[in-house]
Design a binder for this molecule. Sequence first.
Ligand code: UDP
Length: 472
Amino acid sequence: MEKSMDESSPHVLIFPCPAQGHVNSMLKLAELLAIQNLHITFLNTQYIHNRLIQFNDDIQALLECYPKLQFKTIPDFLDEENHPGFGVKIGDAIVSLSLYSKPFLREIIVSEKISCIVLDGIFGDLATDLAHEFGIQLIHFRTISPCCFWAYLCVPKLLECNELPIRGEEDMDRIIRNMPGMENLLRCRDLPSFCRQNNEDHILLDEVVLRTKQSLNANALILNTFEDLDSPILSQIRLHFPKLYTLGPLHHHLNTTKKTSSASSFKSNFFKVDKECMVWLDSQELKSVIYVSFGSTTPMKKEELIEIWHGLLNSKKQFLWVIRPNMVQEKGLLNELKEGTNKEKGLIVEWVSQEEVLSHKAIGAFLTHSGWNSTLESVVCGVPMICWPYFADQQINSRFVSEVWKIGLDMKDVCDRKVVENMVNDVMVNRKEEFLRSAKEMAELACKSVSPGGSSYNSFYELIQFIRSTSR
Ligand code: UDP
């Protein structure tokens, strides 16, 4: 892991929250910066680093490809048995890292002569004092969607004008009026999940709102989006964050950049990838398959799995469905579903290379939990979505997919086989052309944004300049 670093160029420390979506997007940024010849130290928890080594053969090739990139690890501060690596309990990992990681960061800043920190914004003020103490730049990277980031910033105002808190189920269709940039667009049910009040979530909401506000103490902010996707929201955010870099879709930005360099093709999987499903996809017809995945953390109840399974079977569309082994509590259910699914109708696997799957010509739609990375990956491939959000930014992302970008349907708060069947048929048959057209238009804009002269392309070079100028 150790490499000797020369002192003439900036040295950036990148520290993501230990979750798949966060590591994925921050590692893409790390590669983009490494291609620009910057020194990068990428800091993972030991648990996450072990998974990267276990499930990705090409980590060595990545390090050889970028001599100025190194990985370092930090303890998890959690015992192995109770490790919350996945699921909503990821909050425990964030809290313990916020409490205990500072001395380790300090040690790395000194020993590696770090000149700039790119910190996952979810850690709030974790590195603010350190950046001041060492006179180095602190950039926050929020890996959630801009609409969610903005919604968190607006929460104090919504509380002030009594639009929040949400009181009880009957209020869920009430329209939120005082959210600049998205007036009258959101119902209560479309707000980030932490706004749904019960005791535990209320504490979480206070915490995420506070941490979002703490990004104001950083010198700059990075968001994984592009201007054409989020321009009205970005203009609101810019009023508070004048130094805002929008570099997304980062995975596509990196893929496009790699076409002109000899970079590696590292994928940061936390699970073992099923490669057979690509062979199965090859045998399917053009845009005939619905890809189903609820991301790396969503847990599911038995009844929900069964409803979705029946809905898919009844839709008569072929499906490729990712069900992680840690997704369901009931032992044996995954095998039951696998055995009960005829390969002619569908394939259930435990983890895929999602970017590859979404860009396969057989994929016609994506039933997704609306995680921000998954949403961007679908946008880039021009694949229409059916959204079944679970938590955090997913509730607002799915609203944007259906009502703002019009590239899919929002199934939130419902899990019923008939609804699944109807929505699959709407997206893949009845309204197929309409959704494909708008998804294709958005994909073209995404592509333009990361190409020379595009907004994300330019923003990235401004970021490099900022890092270089302040590191002197
Ligand atoms: N992913 C993957 N294979 C899978 C399922 C998910 O590679 O079988 C990746 C996906 O491409 C995305 C990430 O895991 O980059 C999930 O991030 P997202 O923000 O969509 O959701 P989260 O897992 O954080 O809820």
